[in-house]
Design a protein around this ligand. Structure first.
Ligand code: SF4
Length: 214
């Protein structure tokens, strides 16, 4: 009965939907669904349209989103792909993602790109329904993190521990950026060592590229 109303009491602001992405947001062919709002204010944010005042978005129910993305069902099922929720901070919309998971075919992979800087209640909803977490931890050092994002990283570390304790480390790819003006290669290696001690093994080292006019 719940499926019939498509969880119409649950809504999320959708900033953009990008189809036919290959090997950029997870296995196979994926559709990226960008959700609005973010608790962080990263100095070199590449998606400020997801949180700046006056940003545009479309409010959708899980069933409305499913109606928009279902046309690629064959691609998803043939390639082992599915939907990747990005942002902004999509983990803040855990009820929406949980409901969407129940509506869409079980063969679809559901991935999330997240900072993990969200209250634990969101993690409890997401852990049973997310196939892969792409986690941008910025830097594990609290001072570097605060300087870059304007926020404390205690919730990030607590949520990482929660994932590891639940035996989900192999479902996580930890993205470790080199952030100009904020951290160094040594800081990055320190972060990786801490994460390895927690049980994580999959890392994606990358460098932020800063445009001249920023
Ligand atoms: S977490 Fe992502 S969307 Fe949010 S401020 Fe940082 S870079 Fe921007």
């Amino acid at each position: 009965m719940i499926m019939m109303n498509g969880y119409s009491d649950i809504q999320a602001p959708v900033t953009a939907i990008s189809r036919h992405r290959i090997a950029t947001d997870g296995d196979g062919v994926t559709t990226l669904v960008v959700l609005h709002s973010c608790p962080l204010r990263c100095r070199w944010c590449i998606n400020p349209q997801t949180w700046q005042e006056g940003a545009s978005f479309t409010v959708m129910t899980p069933m409305q989103l499913f109606a928009r993305v279902r046309m690629d069902d064959l691609y998803f099922q043939a390639t082992g792909g599915g939907i990747t929720f990005g942002g902004g901070e999509p983990a803040l919309r855990s009820r929406f993602i949980e409901a969407f998971r129940k509506i869409c075919p079980k063969q679809w992979k559901i991935n999330i790109e997240t900072s993990l800087n969200v209250p634990q209640e969101h993690m409890e909803r997401l852990m049973p329904v997310i196939d892969e977490f792409a986690i941008d931890i910025k830097d594990m050092d609290p001072d570097i993190y605060r300087g870059y994002t304007g926020m404390d990283n205690a919730r990030v570390i607590s949520n990482l521990r929660r994932l590891a304790d639940e035996g989900l480390a192999d479902r996580c790819v930890i993205r470790i950026p080199l952030i100009p003006e904020f951290n160094t290669d040594d800081d990055r290696e320190n972060s990786i060592r801490q994460l390895q001690d927690m049980g994580f093994t999959r890392f994606d080292r990358f460098d932020y590229i800063i445009k001249n006019n920023r």
